[in-house]
Design a protein around this ligand. Sequence first.
Ligand SMILES: CC(C)(COP(=O)(O)OP(=O)(O)OC[C@H]1O[C@@H](n2cnc3c(N)ncnc32)[C@H](O)[C@@H]1OP(=O)(O)O)[C@@H](O)C(=O)NCCC(=O)NCCS
Length: 245
Amino acid sequence: MDVHGSPGVNQQLQKDIRVGNMYSTPMFYSPYGPEIALAETRLSGEPHALLPEEAALLPSSASPLRRVEFSIGRAAAHSALAQLGVSPSAAVLRVPESRAPLWPGGFIGSITHKSERAYALAADSTHARGLGIDLEMVNDRHIDISKRIATAEEITWIEQSPKLKSLRMLLLFSAKESFYKAVSPLLTDHIGFHDVTLLPRDESSFRAHVSQRFLGQLPSAEEITIHYAIDQGYILSMCRVLPLD
Ligand SMILES: CC(C)(COP(=O)(O)OP(=O)(O)OC[C@H]1O[C@@H](n2cnc3c(N)ncnc32)[C@H](O)[C@@H]1OP(=O)(O)O)[C@@H](O)C(=O)NCCC(=O)NCCS
């Protein structure tokens, strides 16, 4: 199974991503066209500056780790927005009733952070109805969570290959986290891990088959793809819900 990050159409753009205080080769490449921006941030010596209205979202009791994660996540969000020509003074706030990011008017996106890395996807909302991104560390999770997160068909796929079992479980978990971030703002009801079955589409993506209950609210499986890649011990999953015709 080839699950390594591979160059995509955004390769040239991605080369220019600012990483901390220096330019560096990114770990992952976008599977999308330039209308969907992917940005990476790594923790550098200096803290990433937050806009005052973004800093106000952090409670004074926030731990140093939470402050780092939040600020590198917002830095990645601004880097993705900059690729789309959005001013750095446009704040990425928070949806009051969830922890989901609230993007500048006319834009949507998603943020993930793990350890000292953060990624963000962003797009003009004419190019996507939903975007989701999730970063996981490959050696981070040893317990078997397959029953909690996987449907019967997914468990069959996970167990088909004993050698890849824990990797497949983590891939599925990450893909479902990115799927959740992309679709939950579009739904009126909570969608749970067993409400969607992700089946392999090719060697680096899944197709999402949602349960009957959500069929009227989400596009068909043909239209919801979750891409993933693995590099340097990390998994990055990305989900885009296409705009309505
Ligand atoms: C919301 C959730 C996906 C966040 O994932 P996580 O592993 O905690 O953390 P990540 O680093 O990947 O992402 C964190 C970022 O996600 C974003 N986020 C938080 N809640 C969100 C939501 N409801 N929707 C979209 N994005 C959300 C935020 O930007 C957050 O970073 P910030 O607080 O610094 O701004 C996770 O907490 C969760 O609820 N998972 C359950 C999902 C589920 O039920 N899935 C069912 C299968 S479809």
